[in-house]
Design a protein around this ligand. Structure first.
Ligand SMILES: Cc1cc2nc3c(=O)[nH]c(=O)nc-3n(C[C@H](O)[C@H](O)[C@H](O)COP(=O)(O)O)c2cc1C
Length: 175
């Protein structure tokens, strides 16, 4: 009897997506440019990795234009969207669209396009990237950060949501 070369998971991909959807996140747009052409895609796989050195990661689907642009340019920005920027989350999630048509972008200090008025942005250099399943994990070294006032856009259960502060004291971290 033939031995399968790769194990077949018992977990259905849609069940995986639905269950992970219970982990509430913010929403960001990863932007980069190659030969002067800007690229961008909506992500919620953003995670802080390290403070010293400052590292973050995003998981980008294999074969997407922006994934290839990020790995080839070696630079990218993560634009964390504000509660008012749901339309940008939708714009940058459409495959095959010209995401930047009619959109004002500014240039960050590190040769990457940056979305003005995002809740925050971080400019990064690709520190390393590797394939994990059907995504590329991109670790970025953060070169510059910018925060603005406002409220973030949230994502929970496959829907956009508000993220409300509870009004308690900031959580103390113990290192
Ligand atoms: C809220 C939200 C979060 C998403 N998060 C990710 C993500 O973390 N990684 C990913 O590869 N695609 C994610 N996507 C899908 C991409 O935005 C979409 O496939 C995009 O159009 C691909 O970009 P491309 O036009 O460069 O191919 C997300 C979409 C939405 C609406």
């Amino acid at each position: 009897m033939a031995t399968p070369t790769s194990p077949v998971s018992a977990v259905d991909p849609m069940a995986m997506r639905r269950t992970m959807g219970r982990f509430a996140t913010g929403v960001a747009v990863v932007t980069t440019s190659v030969d002067g052409t800007p690229h961008g895609m909506t992500v919620n796989s953003l995670t802080s990795v390290s403070l010293q050195p400052p590292l973050l990661l995003v998981c980008l689907t294999t074969g997407a234009r922006t994934t290839e642009a990020v790995t080839s340019s070696g630079r990218f920005a993560v634009n964390i969207l504000s509660a008012r920027q749901e339309h940008l989350a939708m714009r940058f999630a459409k495959r095959g669209a010209d995401h930047f048509q009619g959109l004002d972008v500014i240039h960050g200090r590190h040769q990457v396009p940056v979305i003005p008025d995002a809740f925050a942005h971080l400019e990064c250099a690709v520190e390393r990237h590797f394939t994990a399943g059907d995504h590329i994990v991109v670790i970025g070294e953060v070169l510059d950060v910018c925060e603005r006032d406002g409220a973030p856009l949230g994502f929970l259960g496959g829907k956009f949501s508000d993220i409300a502060e509870r009004g308690h004291e900031p959580v103390q971290w113990f290192f």
